[in-house]
Design a protein around this ligand. Structure first.
Ligand code: URA
Ligand code: SF4
Length: 224
């Protein structure tokens, strides 16, 4: 083969590569536009929602926070006192500890998306009722569909049960399965709720060890 032929083959290959790269980029931009417009719709739906009785006592619904382009989704239980006031997830004492745990896992809030099973606060932080979970979980399902995370980290019994069951996996009390990694179409990592450790140094250590496991999974899994 002549060198000029080899050269033109090379330039053709490079041009082709650049074009397909540009095409890929454009497709991703389109996908992202679609993702953000679907997200706006779900935010509006949640803000207007009256599907269970919790809308009556809530100050603000909590949609969630972080990057919807992240590959890692955290799911908590429900907003508490401070979350209800601020309309943001995990901003109270449990949230402060969660920030420490995220640092242990090599993550920042902006690297992940974080939401809850329930979007409105149950009065006096009581446990979510089955009927409330049933009414509210389609929002979480839709959030999972839009974000399409590789990893879902569940925080506490309620999120763990909901997410494992959703993927056809058997749930057990979090005291038995904390720090475990489940594989289905997504990787599910089950954690104690950070609130369990707020006044309990032993539990702090358990959660710290579990988040160290998470660190090995989150490298390279931050974004699309
Ligand atoms: N506990 C949760 O489960 N979620 C929050 O957003 C805050 C506290
Ligand atoms: Fe709607 Fe969920 Fe709030 Fe109930 S908890 S009112 S279902 S957003």
């Amino acid at each position: 083969m002549s060198s000029s032929k080899a050269l033109s083959d090379d330039s053709f290959a490079i041009a082709h590569f650049k074009l397909s790269d540009m095409w890929c980029h454009l497709m991703m931009e389109e996908e992202n536009k679609d993702r953000y417009s679907q997200w706006e719709k779900i935010e509006e739906d949640i803000k207007r929602c009256k599907k269970c009785n919790l809308w009556r006592s809530r100050k603000n619904p909590v949609v969630g926070e972080g990057s919807i382009e992240s590959k890692i989704l955290f799911v908590g239980e429900a907003p508490g006192y401070w979350e209800d006031i601020n309309g943001r997830p995990f901003v109270g004492r449990a949230g402060k500890f969660l920030d420490e745990l995220l640092e242990i896992a090599g993550l920042k809030r902006e690297d992940i998306y974080i939401t809850n099973v329930l979007k409105c606060r149950p009065p006096n932080n009581r446990d979510p009722l089955d009927e409330e979970i049933k009414a509210c979980s389609p929002y979480l399902d839709k959030q999972i569909e839009i974000i399409n995370p590789d990893i879902i980290v569940t925080l506490g019994n309620f999120a763990t049960r909901y997410v494992l069951n959703k993927y056809g996996l058997k749930s057990e009390p979090i005291s038995r399965i904390h720090g475990r990694v489940f594989k289905s179409e997504r990787t599910i990592i089950t954690m104690y709720h950070p609130a369990t450790a707020v006044y309990n140094p032993k539990m702090k250590q358990v959660l710290t060890n579990d988040f160290l496991i998470l660190r090995t999974y989150t490298k390279g899994a931050k974004k699309d």
